[in-house]
Write a protein that binds this ligand. Sequence first.
Ligand code: CO
Length: 438
Amino acid sequence: MSLTNPTPTAALEWANELIDFIDASPSPWHAVANAEARLQTLGYIRLEENERWQLAAGGRYYAVRGGSSLIAFVLGSQPIAATGLRIVGAHTDSPGLRLKPQAASGSDGLARLAVEIYGGPILATFADRDLSLAGRVVVRTAAGQQTRLLRFERSLARLPNLAIHMNREVNEQGLKLNKQTELPLILGQLGVGCDAEAQLKKLLADAVAADAADLLSFELAVHDVQKGCLWGANQEFIASRQLDNLSSCHAALAAMIATKQPTATCVTALFDHEEVGSESAAGAGGSFIADVLARIASHARLDEEDRRRAMARSFFISADMAHAYHPNFPNAYEPGHKVRVNGGPVIKTNANQRYTTNAETAARFIGFCEQADVPHQQYAHRSDLGCGSTIGPIVAAQLGVASVDVGSPMWAMHSARESAGVHDQAHMIAALTAAFAS
Ligand code: CO
C-alpha cells in the first residue's frame, strides 16, 4: 500500500460505522443495547431466559444476560447434527476505571470520585483526558425497581497530571500512579456546606430523569468523551477508545447480519467480563453460551447422541484484538511475527494454550480468508514476555469445540485511546462472513 492509494469506499464506510458504534457504546451495557437495537431493526426476536422459547425454522433470535452480554443466532437450513454450529465470540468490556459505590468525597474545596481499576488499563493514558461516566443505574419507580442506561455526552471528570516541576523524572521513569491515592478523579468544586455525595447523586439522578432519593445503585465506567477519528497521511488508521474489543463485536455483528439463510446455524456471542477473567454469570466462563446452545438443541429435538455430534462438527472463532508491530519498539516483538496494521486478520498461536489455535483450526481460518479474498497474518508472542489470553480457551474448554483465536491488528492495546487500521475492519467482516457461510 502506498501513501497515495485511496482507501476503498467500502472499507471507509465500515470504519466510520465502527467509530459510530464505539461512540454510542461507552460501557458494555451500552454496547449490548446498541447491538440489540441493530438486531431488532433487522427482525431478530428477543428471547427472555426466564420464559419458554419458541423457535421457528430459519428464525433469527437473541438473548441478553446481565444487560452486558448478548448471544444472537440464526437457525440454519440444515439439521444441526449434520452441520454443527458456526460460532464467533468477542467481548463487550474494555479495561479502565469504574466508580466505587460511594464514590464521591469532598476535601480542600474539591469533590473527587473514588475509582476501582477494571482489568489492565494503561493508567497513565487516562491522565489529562476529557473523562465522563457511563453505565447503568437502578431507580425506584411507582412500578418497581427499574434499570436505566446512563451516559453523559459532556466531559465531567478529570485526572490532571502532576506538573513536571514536581515530577522531574516523569520522562525517564514514566508516569507512575498510586492506585489508591493518586487515581481519584476531580469532579468539581465544592461550595460551602455542599456535600460531594449529594452532588454526585443529583447529577446521576438528573441524567435519568429521577429523584436523587430514588437512586438505589449504579455501575459506572469512566470513558474518554472524544469521538474516534481516522488519521494518517491517507486516513488509513482509526484512533478510538475501546477498539479492544468493540471492533470484534462490531465485525461479528456485521458478519452475522450479512448472513442470510445459512446452511449451518450461526451464533454470535458477545461477553462481558473478559478483561477480568470471564468468571461470572454473564461472562464466557459462565453458563450463558452452554445454556443458549442447549435450548437450541432441545428445540431441534436433538437427543444426547446428536448433541455430541453437533458439537463435534462445530467451529468456534474467538475474535479479539492482536498486537501490531510498533517500529519504535522492535525489541518488544517476536522477530518472525511482525504483524502489520491493515495487513489483514491475525491468527494467534500459543503452544501453552493461552490461544486455542492449532494447525487444523488455523488452516480452516486461512481458508475463510482465502474465500473472502483478504490477507491473513500470524502472531506469536515473545518467549520472554507473558502472553495475554482471550475468551477462546474458556469457551473451547467448556464446549469442547474446535477453535481458533484471531483478531485485527492494533497499537496501544488497553490505552484510553487505541489505534487500528481502516482496512482491517472490512477484512475481518469479510473473513467472518465466510466462516458463517461455511
Ligand atoms: Co481484548
